[in-house]
Design a protein around this ligand. Structure first.
Ligand SMILES: NC(=O)c1ccc[n+]([C@@H]2O[C@H](COP(=O)([O-])OP(=O)(O)OC[C@H]3O[C@@H](n4cnc5c(N)ncnc54)[C@H](O)[C@@H]3O)[C@@H](O)[C@H]2O)c1
Length: 386
């Protein structure tokens, strides 16, 4: 029986994946696993029994990853589970930028009490007219979970799509429509496209990537969409470009004091992943990751330990060891097993930066003191015998 604790409300669709072997506990210190969305965990103390934290969502800056790793707590996230929600908002953003739909709707509201609204509309509507997105060129920077969906969907709307991602994964490359042009440099994409949408993580390398230099290479009247992170776009430079008219419209999911109220800015209150489906998908993925880890020891989508998969646990015991990535760990584990006369039937070891994970399937029951022996090896963080 495993105990889970929810720090935030988690979608029942996700919790429904946890079967009768799982019970909810109100006490975080009793839990085998904590499920979380945005609750801040940096000040929390973690009990020795805590094995995993699952973040239903992508960002993990509310969780102290290094401290968790040091305590042998595996932190999971759910990358891509909200990708469709973000994709749909990007498409909506392009359509909102193409005509002044927001201005038009607001204008109609002003005539709430006016019986002549139908007549006035026909006279005034041209102020809100615009263009179609079909036939326009869209540049997608970052072809990961979200970028691929946006690029593929845009081709179905009649757009000519350019993609740029020097680090694209094999998986993403397989999913990308063959109709997408491969931009070899980001400058090529800046020069060609009428709409440019960014789907990269905010890192030291990507921070401020859309700045006055990048904008200077773009077409007059370009539309820029940023539903990734505000830090990717230099706020001062985008405001200047909107004021000068170089950028026709900037669609962002991140209100900042600089951008709110600027003409041409469509500022959405961070709704990218705010759909029932996204929340359900994230919670389902988190629950599946937890089950596979607690029941089989497999790690998928961890952010502080390597992913490692030996398939479902068989009849015999499976030993899992979270440890530091230092020399001779495997040698010490196998020596301890050999000294106890235990035969290894399958073994995997994976590392990620300073941490590593070893999974060992053995043929026969293990002695009661084996866990303690393995835990005694310098650099071992947590041992489980499943
Ligand atoms: N608005 C929201 O609510 C919301 C929701 C989910 C995600 N996001 C944001 O969207 C971003 C993308 O999400 P995802 O799930 O597609 O991530 P992902 O990790 O699947 O894809 C990111 C892609 O960016 C590429 N990349 C990295 N650096 C690059 C660079 N310099 N130039 C071009 N490509 C580069 C990577 O190779 C990868 O393919 C996330 O980092 C997150 O910040 C926002």
């Amino acid at each position: 029986m495993f105990k889970y604790h929810c720090l935030n409300p988690i979608s029942p669709v996700g919790l429904g994946q946890l079967d009768e072997n799982y019970v909810n506990t109100d006490q975080a210190e009793d839990a085998d696993v904590i499920l979380v969305r945005s609750a801040k965990m940096h000040e929390m103390e973690f009990a020795p029994g805590l094995k995993a934290i699952a973040r239903a969502g992508a960002g993990v800056n509310n969780i102290p990853l290094d401290r968790c790793a040091e305590q042998g707590i595996v932190v999971f996230n759910t990358p891509g589970a909200n990708a469709n929600g973000v994709k749909e908002l990007v498409i909506a953003g392009m359509l909102l930028a193409a005509r002044d739909i927001i201005g038009g709707i607001n204008w109609v509201q002003e005539y709430e009490e006016d019986g002549d609204i139908a007549k006035i509309t026909e006279k005034k509507k041209k102020a809100f007219a615009g263009t179609e997105i079909s036939g326009k060129k869209l540049g997608v920077i970052g072809l990961g979970a979200i970028g691929v969906l946006v690029a593929n969907a845009a081709t179905h709307l009649g757009m000519e799509v350019y993609g740029y991602d020097p680090y694209v994964s094999v998986d993403s490359a397989w999913r990308l429509s063959r109709n997408i042009h491969h931009a070899k440099t980001v400058d090529e994409l800046y020069k060609e496209c009428d709409y440019i949408t960014i789907h990269v993580p905010a890192t030291e390398d990507t921070k401020g990537m859309i700045d006055k230099n990048a904008i200077s290479l773009m077409k007059q009247g370009v539309v820029i969409l940023n539903l990734s992170r505000d830090a990717l776009v230099n706020q001062e430079d985008i405001v200047d470009a909107l004021v000068s008219g170089k950028v026709h419209c900037y669609v962002t999911d991140f209100p900042t004091k600089e951008i709110v109220g600027v003409k041409g800015a469509i500022v959405i209150p961070h709704l990218g992943a705010s759909t029932e489906e996204s929340e359900d998908n994230c919670a389902k993925m988190a629950a599946e990751e937890i089950r596979d880890f607690l029941e089989n020891g497999n790690i998928t989508h961890s952010v502080n330990f390597p992913d490692c998969d030996m398939g479902p646990k068989g009849e015999g015991p499976r030993i899992t060891i979270l440890h530091k990535n230092i020399p001779n760990m495997l040698g010490q584990f196998t020596t301890i097993l050999a000294d106890k006369g235990i035969n290894i039937s399958l073994m995997t070891n994976k590392s990620r930066k300073e941490y590593a994970y070893t999974m060992i399937d053995v043929d026969a029951e293990v002695p009661a003191d084996l866990k303690e022996k393995l835990e005694g090896v310098d650099g071992v963080l947590k041992v489980r015998i499943l």
